[in-house]
Ligand binder design. Structure first.
Ligand SMILES: C[S@@+](CC[C@H](N)C(=O)[O-])C[C@H]1O[C@@H](n2cnc3c(N)ncnc32)[C@H](O)[C@@H]1O
Length: 520
């Protein structure tokens, strides 16, 4: 990430959606640790280095009663973002062009301050200013999100960065620097056909860099400033601004899940404070990137998360039972797995029932109370539970919190209503429709980036404004394929072709619903 505005104007940085910065996520983590943050539904959010607003604008659409302000030094991305805001007619978001040094008391206090991909790539005086803004422009119960490159993991990335910088040392034109850095990475990666473990690691590292797009490579790896630091160093700096550690935005990152018991025991002995625990976890995980949440020093926090708050959250899970059906009997162990490989074995009957319910309702999150009621109903034949029994509620809440820390369930508070099934006249979010007309990446209602690379998917999204029923959509699709010479009519039977296209249309619409792209 480069150091001045003009570099971001000449080589554009791809705008990203960062779900881990969503106020909904920050509110949840704040509540778990004893903070009383503003509701994401009605809050003020400031994003520092907001680029083209790709992160902020979808949030603003999804939270119409909240107010969003972004600021960035680069003119072109800000102009792009303003165009999107205008096209979508949003009134609760504005993007300012300028340096964060322009922020003063007249901007008011913010409940959530976001700085993603900013801290490690700006000079020390701007880093200090940024922490000062987190202190002075943040509400008393506010939360600041700050991401930065971390050590020790970044020592590894530093090696490849330095080789690239050496290779392009005499080049000044941005495009030439990108081309030559890419050429070196390809050359070095292809050369590593060895069984030497160290060089195999280097090959993997180089391959990862080769996959980066130009803007990413230029502004991240080849940036003039890119100083990683240890977590404890970062917290010392934050402490000087009277900010304290709240947690990590990816909750599971704070967990020692996956390490054997002896490792967890030693970690306990080493970790005399939360800060030290996190530092040793960085050593254990060889962490290279952190997404730290800060709050005001005066707020009393709990050292352990409070599971009782789970009862106020919406819950979802991608975990499915690895056997064909979940055996709900108490004492029978079942294994659950997420598509990303997260695993859990449990014989806890209510927990198994809850995961079975969440498997059916995915991707739509459901309220804890509804989950409790449906899970209890599931167990009717096995054992009798009272869904209002505080002990059972607390046990299920604790179980879900444990799964949250393992990345097996997700909690939400404030998201737009997502359609789980496809209605007669399906409607995609206007954000996704706007994005589909201009590129391949759209933002779901869950604030996740979804790649829609095929022509049909992109066109379909653009058509879904809630006015077209299946018949009209089928006609549009038929015409599109005809124009592209891609229509397949077998045995001169257009009726059969139409039926198979209708089935294909249904499949694609359901896929869009599963990605959280259709509004209810
Ligand atoms: C790598 S980009 C990150 C964009 C976005 N936050 C993200 O993570 O995708 C860093 C952004 O910080 C902006 N920036 C750098 N120095 C700044 C400053 N002093 N004030 C405001 N923006 C600044 C750059 O123009 C650039 O858009």
């Amino acid at each position: 990430m480069a150091t001045n505005s003009s570099s971001y104007d000449s080589i554009l940085y791809p705008g990203y959606t960062h779900p881990q910065t969503h106020p909904d996520r920050l509110e949840i983590i704040g509540r778990l640790f004893g903070l009383a943050p503003a509701s994401a539904r009605r809050c003020r959010v400031l994003e520092l280095g907001c680029g083209n607003g790709a992160n902020l604008i979808p949030m603003a659409w999804g939270l119409p009663e909240s107010e969003f302000v972004g600021i960035d030094l680069a003119a072109r991305p800000i102009a792009q973002g303003r165009e999107m805001i205008r096209d979508l007619g949003l009134r609760n978001v504005r993007l300012e062009h300028g340096s964060i040094t322009a922020i003063n008391a007249s901007w008011g206090k913010f409940d959530y301050i976001l700085a993603h991909g900013f801290y490690s790539w700006v000079p020390p005086e701007i880093q200090e200013r940024m922490l000062g803004i987190c202190r002075h422009a943040m509400a008393p119960q506010g939360i600041a999100f700050v991401s930065y490159n971390a050590l020790p993991g970044c020592h590894l990335r530093k090696m490849t960065r330095e080789m690239m910088l050496f290779h392009i040392r005499d080049l000044t034109a941005p495009q030439e620097r990108i081309n030559q850095a890419q050429a070196l990475v390809r050359f070095l990666a292809d050369a590593q056909d060895t069984t030497d473990e160290f060089r195999l690691w280097m090959k993997a590292e180089l391959k990862q860099i080769a996959g980066h797009d130009e803007g990413h490579l230029f502004h991240d790896e080849l940036a003039e400033l890119n100083e990683p630091l240890y977590f404890t160093q970062f917290m010392e700096r934050a402490g000087r601004h009277d900010l304290q550690y709240l947690g990590e935005a990816d909750y599971f990152e704070m967990s020692d899940h996956g390490f054997k018991d002896s490792v967890r025991q030693t970690l306990k002995q080493l970790a005399r404070s939360r800060i030290l625990r996190e530092q040793y976890l960085d050593f254990l995980k060889c962490r290279r990137f952190r997404q730290t949440l800060l709050c005001q020093r005066e707020v009393p926090l709990q050292s352990e998360p409070d599971a009782s708050h789970v009862a106020g959250f919406l819950v979802s899970s991608t975990a499915g039972c690895t056997s064909s059906s979940t055996d709900l009997r108490a004492g029978v162990t079942c294994e659950f797995e997420t598509p990303k490989g997260g695993k859990l074995e449990t014989d806890y009957a209510l927990g198994k029932a809850a995961l079975a319910v969440l498997g059916e309702t995915w991707p739509v999150p459901i309220a804890f109370d509804e989950l409790m009621a449906r899970s209890v109903a599931r167990l009717e034949n096995e054992t009798s539970f009272d869904q209002h029994d505080p002990q059972h509620r607390a046990q299920l809440a604790g179980f879900l919190l444990q799964l949250y820390s393992g990345g097996l369930v997700d909690f939400r508070i404030a998201i737009p209503t997502v359609a789980r099934t496809v209605s007669e006249r399906p409607e995609a979010s206007p954000i996704a429709r706007w994005q589909a007309e201009r590129g391949h990446v759209v933002t779901s209602l869950f604030h996740l980036a979804v790649k829609v690379e095929d022509e049909i998917g992109k066109n379909l999204l653009a058509w879904l404004d809630g006015t077209c029923d299946r018949k009209i959509l089928l006609e549009k699709l038929w015409k599109l394929l005809e124009e592209k010479n891609a229509l397949i009519v077998k045995d001169e039977n257009p009726e059969a072709a139409r039926r198979s296209l209708a089935a294909e249309l249904d499949k694609n619409l359901l896929k869009l619903a599963r990605f959280g792209l259709l509004v209810k």
